[in-house]
Ligand binder design. Structure first.
Ligand SMILES: *Cc1c(COP(=O)(O)O)cnc(C)c1O
Length: 465
C-alpha cells in the first residue's frame, strides 16, 4: 500500500493542470499535498494496510488536495446572514455600518490623510480632534475622545482617576458582560481599589456616603446592561450621586455600556438612559460603546468634564488603546448622521432594525415565505409566527421586540439538522430553534439576504430528494 502512494511531485503536476490552481501560490499547494500524503501514509500504517485502495488513486487525492486548497484560499472572516433577530449580536459582529460610512472608510483607508496633522497650523495635530467636536455637540459635554472599545475606555478612565485609590460601586452593579468583562476584574487591572456598597437588590445614598474616606477617588455607576433586578429594590439615581460627589469634591463616572444618543421611548421601545441625560446630570466622565446601540464601528467613547478628559488623553495607556484611521473615519461619519435624528434612524442599520414597523416586518416575512413556497416542495412547511426579536449588545435586556417570524419545518429533517445545514451554507445562515421549529426573523435580514436564503433551501431540498 505504501508503494502505491504517489510522490509530491507527481500530485503537484496533476493539480497544476486544475483550472483553480493557477491562482494558488505554489507554497500553499505543496503544503496541502504534503499534509494530505502524510495523513494517507499514517492511515495506511495505522490500519495495517486496510485502507481502501481507491483513496490512493490520482483522482481521489487530487480532489482532496483541491478541496483543502480551496479552504486555504477562502478568508477566515466572512459575511453571513443574521436571521436570529438579535440586532446587536456580539458573536456576529454587532452593528452594520451605513453605506455612506463604508464609502468614507474606503477612501480614508487608501489615502494619506490629516489623521494627526493640523492643516491650519502646518504641524502635528491630535487624532482626538477628528471626533471631539462632534461628540461634544451631540452630547453636550465639554470634552471627548474615543479609544478601542468601551472595556478599554473604562480601564483607561479608572487607571487615570483612581489608581491605588478607592472606587465606590453598588453591589447591584458589579456586572459581567459576555466575553470576560467583569467590573471587579477591570477595576483590579486598572489599579483601582473596589469598595463595594449596599446589597445586590438595594443600595442607598447613605451606603455611598458612609463609604467615602480620605482615599476615595471616584463614585462609579455601571449600567446593568444584560440583567435586571426586580422586586424589593432601591438604587441611587445619577443626580443624587453627582450631588454627593460635589459635596465631597469626588468625581462621578458612569459606564453607560451601550450608550445611545436617541431616546428609544419615542419609538415605542423601552427607555434607555441617553448620553445627553448623563452629561446633563453633571456626571464628570461617561463611557459607552461605539458599536452597540450607537450603530457605529467598535470603539469606546469617553465624554465629560474637560479637566478630567484632558488627563485621560495624557495617560500613556491612551496610546495603547488608540483608534486606527479606518475606525476613526467610520466613527466620524456615523456621528455626523446623528446631527439629524430622523436621518440617523433611517440610515443607521442598527437603529433602522430596532425601530422597524410591524407592517414592514410582516411584508418582509411574507416576501420570504413566498420565495420559499415557490420552491414548491410538499415536505417543507412554512408558517408566519408571532415571535420576539432582541436588541442584544447588553441593551434593553428585558425588552421583547414583537416580530413576524418564519417558522420552517421539513419532513424527514430534524430542526437541528436544518440549522446545521444552513449554518454550513456558503454564505452561512444563522437562525434559531424555538419549540422544535426552525425560526427566521426578518428584522435582522438585509434585502440581499432574501435570495441567499431561497437558494440555500433549494439546495437542501434537492439534497433530500
Ligand atoms: C458592553 C459593555 C462594556 C464593554 O463594551 P465593549 O465596547 O464591548 O468593550 C462595558 N460595560 C458595560 C456596562 C457594557 O454593557
Amino acid at each position: 500500500m505504501l508503494r502505491m502512494l504517489p510522490g509530491v511531485d507527481h500530485v503537484l503536476e496533476i493539480c497544476s493542470t486544475q483550472p483553480f490552481s493557477k491562482d494558488v501560490p505554489k507554497a500553499v499547494l505543496v503544503n496541502a499535498i504534503r499534509r494530505i500524503l502524510g495523513t494517507l501514509r499514517s492511515g495506511i500504517l495505522d490500519s495495517e494496510g486496510e485502507i481502501a485502495a481507491e483513496s490512493l488513486s490520482d483522482n481521489s487525492i487530487t480532489a482532496v488536495v483541491m478541496a483543502t486548497v480551496f479552504q486555504a484560499m477562502t478568508p477566515n472572516l466572512k459575511p453571513l446572514v443574521n436571521a436570529t433577530g438579535v440586532v446587536v449580536h456580539t458573536n456576529l459582529g454587532r452593528s452594520l455600518l451605513p453605506k455612506t460610512v463604508i464609502e468614507n472608510v474606503a477612501v480614508i483607508a487608501g489615502c494619506y490623510s490629516n489623521l494627526e496633522y493640523d492643516l491650519a497650523a502646518g504641524k502635528r495635530g491630535s487624532r482626538h480632534a477628528v471626533v471631539e467636536e462632534l461628540l461634544c455637540d451631540i452630547s453636550g459635554a465639554q470634552a471627548a475622545m474615543a479609544v478601542n472599545n468601551n472595556a478599554g475606555a473604562v480601564l483607561l478612565c479608572l487607571e487615570t482617576i483612581a489608581r491605588d485609590r478607592e472606587v465606590i460601586v453598588s453591589r447591584g452593579e458589579l456586572v459581567e458582560i459576555g466575553g470576560s468583562f467583569r467590573v471587579p476584574d477591570v477595576m483590579a487591572k486598572s489599579g483601582g481599589i473596589l469598595k463595594e456598597v449596599g446589597t445586590t437588590n438595594r443600595t442607598h445614598l447613605t451606603d455611598y456616603q458612609n463609604a467615602i474616606g480620605v482615599n476615595t477617588a471616584l463614585l462609579l455607576k455601571v449600567h446593568r446592561s444584560n440583567y435586571s433586578v426586580i422586586g424589593f429594590t432601591a438604587e441611587v439615581g445619577l443626580q443624587q450621586l453627582v450631588e454627593l460627589g460635589a459635596r465631597h469634591t469626588i468625581p462621578v463616572m458612569e459606564d453607560l455600556g451601550s450608550g445611545t444618543f436617541i431616546d428609544f421611548s419615542k419609538y415605542g421601545l423601552a427607555k434607555e438612559p441617553t448620553v445627553q441625560e448623563s452629561v446633563a446630570a453633571g456626571t464628570d466622565i461617561v463611557t459607552f460603546s461605539g458599536d452597540k446601540l450607537l450603530g457605529g464601528p467598535q470603539a469606546g467613547i469617553i465624554v465629560g468634564k474637560k479637566t478630567i478628559v484632558d488627563r485621560v488623553k495624557q495617560n500613556p495607556l491612551a496610546r495603547a488603546l488608540r483608534l486606527d484611521k479606518m475606525t476613526l473615519a467610520a466613527l466620524e461619519s456615523t456621528l455626523r448622521l446623528y446631527r439629524d435624528e430622523d436621518k440617523a434612524v433611517e440610515m443607521i442599520p442598527t437603529l433602522r432594525m430596532l425601530t422597524m414597523k410591524p407592517g414592514d416586518l410582516k411584508r418582509r416575512a411574507v416576501t420570504l415565505a413566498e420565495e420559499l413556497q415557490s420552491i414548491g416542495n410538499r415536505r417543507m412547511e412554512i408558517t408566519i409566527m408571532e415571535r420576539s426579536s432582541r436588541a442584544g449588545g447588553g441593551a434593553l435586556p428585558l425588552l421583547e421586540l414583537p416580530s413576524k417570524c418564519l417558522g420552517i419545518t421539513i419532513k424527514g429533517m430534524s430542526p437541528n439538522a436544518l440549522e446545521k445545514s444552513l449554518r454550513q451554507n456558503d454564505p452561512p445562515i444563522i437562525g434559531r430553534i424555538e419549540s422544535d421549529v426552525y425560526i427566521i426573523d426578518p428584522r435582522t435580514l438585509t434585502d440581499d439576504d432574501l435570495p441567499i436564503i431561497g437558494q440555500a433551501f433549494k439546495k437542501i431540498i434537492k439534497g433530500l430528494a
